[in-house]
Design a protein around this ligand. Structure first.
Ligand code: GLN
Length: 204
């Protein structure tokens, strides 16, 4: 059985744990300080890691406080499967901007070769749901967006799995770069486990 660690410092981690268990994995909350003796600070015991939604600035700061940032970076850069949803996507990205496009210096893992714009949908449509066609996952996935980011640019090695219209252009909201998977939306808040199952396949 696959063992998945769900970062549980802040945000929607319980929903990910429930969904992963429904999809047949063993999921546990990850919040312990790293074990300096163990490979990857002890994160090697997981077959994959999930970074939940929440507030990316808060989670980033807590990662530094709990000394989890470096072990997570090592995981991300060494090919351990990681799935980030919403704030988790932001934490994975190399470049981060605010809604105004100004660069942010907030802490991040930075392994995903992409630039993300936080809170990209503005106040009018702060939160919304839509049905998405996600390459390799499903052509009718119900996606919940909550103060969601979008990818504004990405290197060629980043595969775009789904896009939505934002500000007159198509913006990626689900991407994959080798063993990194990231979505702007929250599949853990629906009853549909297909995106989590796709991630578990990546962990096999
Ligand atoms: N707006 C949040 C951020 O910038 C992300 C929102 C979410 O995870 N639902 O971190």
């Amino acid at each position: 059985m696959l063992s998945i660690g769900v970062l549980a410092l802040q945000g929607a981690f319980r929903e990910h744990i429930n969904m992963l268990e429904r999809c047949g994995a063993k999921a546990s909350a990850l919040r312990l300080p790293p074990d300096p003796e163990a490979p990857l600070g002890g994160l090697d015991r997981f077959d994959g890691i999930v970074l939940p939604g929440g507030e990316s600035t808060a989670i980033g700061r807590l990662l530094n406080v709990w000394k989890l940032m470096e072990p997570l970076r090592k995981c991300a850069f060494s090919g351990k499967p990681i799935y980030g949803s919403c704030a988790g996507l932001i934490l994975l990205c190399r470049d981060i901007t605010g809604p105004d496009g100004q660069p942010s210096d907030q802490p991040r893992i930075g392994a995903l070769h992409a630039c993300v714009r936080r809170n990209a949908f503005g106040r009018q449509i702060d939160s919304f749901e839509t049905t998405l066609n996600i390459k390799g996952v499903a052509d009718d996935l119900n996606a919940v967006f909550i103060r969601a980011p979008v990818i504004t640019s990405a290197d060629p090695d980043v595969q775009i799995l789904a896009e939505v219209e934002a500000g007159g252009s198509s913006c990626p909201v689900a991407v994959r770069q080798e063993k990194l998977l990231a979505t702007s939306f929250h599949p853990e808040l629906t009853n549909d486990g297909r995106l989590h199952s796709y991630f578990l396949e990546m962990c096999r």
